[in-house]
Design a protein around this ligand. Structure first.
Ligand code: NAP
Ligand code: MG
Length: 482
């Protein structure tokens, strides 16, 4: 298969990184100010596309976590707790508008720090982050209407921990509903993608949110554990791996803390012979290669009806050959850098497992940059349901394909994983869509599309994909007591 650049000879279209300001180091955002940690230790945040250091981030200590929780408690019991929903809403609108004003800078930093293509940061991550604040701003003064007759009250201080795949967007998913409902927040971004959360701290300052309402502290997993274990936290919102989710659930058993856990996934993307195959191929590509496959709801298991299996794979391989892998800052790029060397190792380990398990391996020819962490789009056909590449979350651009003959068979196979986060169905028949959506054990099911997100729509999983919903009215309920 020839490379796209040979087909199309696209000139590079790099985004201008001078449009973004990144400080040489960042302190912790506590009580409305950037403050130094008592110990003052720092770690480096690098650009995964060239391994260069972008900035230094503060490693929080237990004392810093305690200070942040105290600031959040004080704000909750003080000014913020007394504010009307209408006034809270105004702050959220303000944050949303400033995100829009700074959209270009935020998109650049998101791509530099995390490796995702600038087109995705610009068109998906940042606009959706603003949309979440706008959406929940609208709810802040309407909680009584959302839950008529139930007198909703905020829970108190929310402790929130988020992953590295959608850093700013996950921060927005967490902070916006918490504030709309009148809570205060202590949040920790993932260690290797803290920069846009720290930029959000600057935005929050600019919006003049009362001090302590949002505290953004950085560091490794043990800082997350310290937030979750802090006795004065009332609500936990965690997005991350199922392994850490299980640890969290164990650690809060028997406490007063409420929790929502948004964990891993292994979504089935199901193609019937009556689907529009070219559209389905776009949906397959978007399902698994979007954001390098670092997507909890990625369509990482493909089920194709046997009669069209070979044709779909032929078209898919052709399309994979046109995907441009490389510089995330180039607007032509489809697949950017893998987020970290550790994640690349995990992906390569699973590619090795797939080969050993006897599946047929395919990657289009593409030349990868010398520095940085890269993985071409990868396809395994002849996969068995019991193979580890069909059961375990890889969190990379690796697709495991199986064929099926009957509707019952594909429903059984699709439901046969420990996860239940999302699924996709491609068919011309509405009745088939309704049949499948009622039988697939997945929190989100897309029909004739994939990986579409909207703040009005609840998102969350079944089984080991976690519990609780974010987004929509359901997302409010997670931050309220009745
Ligand atoms: P992760 O290792 O579980 O980390 C998630 C966050 O938890 C990070 O901020 C991490 O800190 C922190 N953390 C690590 N150990 C902790 C502990 N013992 N206690 C408290 N916090 C701890 O997950 P990840 O590798 O960053 O993210 C990928 C996973 O997230 C995938 O499984 C994916 O499916 C899932 N995800 C789910 C959703 C959803 O909505 N369901 C959305 C996106 C991602 P550091 O990273 O800084 O060490
Ligand atoms: Mg980074």
């Amino acid at each position: 298969m020839k490379k796209t650049s040979e087909h199309w000879k696209l000139a590079p279209a790099p985004e201008d990184r001078s449009q973004a300001t990144i400080a040489s180091h960042y302190d912790l955002f506590i009580d409305g100010k950037f403050q130094k940690s008592a110990k003052g230790k720092r770690f480096k945040s690098i650009n995964p596309a060239d391994e260069k250091v972008l900035s230094e981030i503060t490693e929080s200590t237990d004392a810093d976590v305690d200070k942040a929780v105290k600031a959040a408690r004080k704000a909750y019991e003080g000014e913020w707790g007394k504010l009307s929903g209408k006034e809270r809403g105004k702050y959220l609108y303000r944050i949303a508008r400033i995100i829009q004003e700074k959209a270009r800078e935020l998109a650049i930093i998101e791509s530099l720090d995390g490796g995702k293509p600038i087109r995705e940061s610009r068109d998906i991550d940042v606009p959706l982050a603003a949309a979440h604040f706008f959406y929940y701003a609208g709810w802040a003064d309407k909680l009584d209407y959302a839950f008529p007759g139930r007198k909703p009250r905020p829970l108190g201080v929310a402790g929130q921990v988020i992953p590295w795949n959608f850093p700013l967007l996950m921060a927005a998913w967490k902070i916006a509903p918490a504030l709309a409902c009148g809570n205060t927040v202590v949040i920790k971004p993932a260690e290797n993608t803290s920069l846009t959360a720290l930029k959000l701290a600057e935005i929050i300052q600019e919006a003049e949110l009362p001090p302590g309402v949002v505290n953004i502290i950085t560091g490794h997993g043990k800082v997350g554990a310290a937030i979750i274990g802090h006795k004065d936290i009332d609500k936990i919102a965690f997005t991350g791996s199922t392994g850490v989710g299980k640890l969290i659930q164990r650690s809060i058993a028997g406490t007063h803390k409420k929790a929502t856990l948004e964990l891993g996934g292994k979504a089935a993307n199901i193609i019937f012979e009556d689907a529009t195959l070219d559209e389905a191929v776009e949906g397959i590509v978007n399902g698994i290669y979007f954001n390098q496959g670092h997507v909890c709801c990625a369509g990482s298991r493909l089920y194709v009806e046997e009669s069209v299996h070979d044709e779909v794979i032929r078209r898919l391989k052709h399309r994979m050959g046109t995907l441009i892998v490389g510089d995330p800052m180039d607007k032509n790029t489809d697949i950017g850098a893998i987020n970290s060397s550790e994640q690349l190792e995990t992906i390569q380990k699973y590619i090795g497992i797939g080969k050993k398990e006897g599946a047929s391996f395919y990657q289009p020819a593409c030349s990868l940059p010398k520095k940085g962490f890269w993985c071409p789009p990868t396809l395994f056909t002849d996969v068995a349901q019991s193979n580890r590449i069909a059961q375990e979350e890889i969190f990379g651009p690796v697709l495991a394909v199986q064929s099926f003959r009957t509707v019952d068979e594909v429903i059984k196979k699709a439901n046969n994983t420990p996860y239940g986060l999302s699924a996709g169905v491609w068919t011309d028949k509405g009745s088939k869509i309704f049949n499948l959506t009622s039988q697939l054990h997945a929190g989100v099911i897309w029909a004739n599309t994939f990986n579409k997100f909207d703040p009005t729509s609840p998102f969350g999983g079944f089984k080991e994909s976690g519990f609780g919903r974010e987004g929509g009215m359901h997302g409010l309920a997670a931050y309220l007591d009745f």
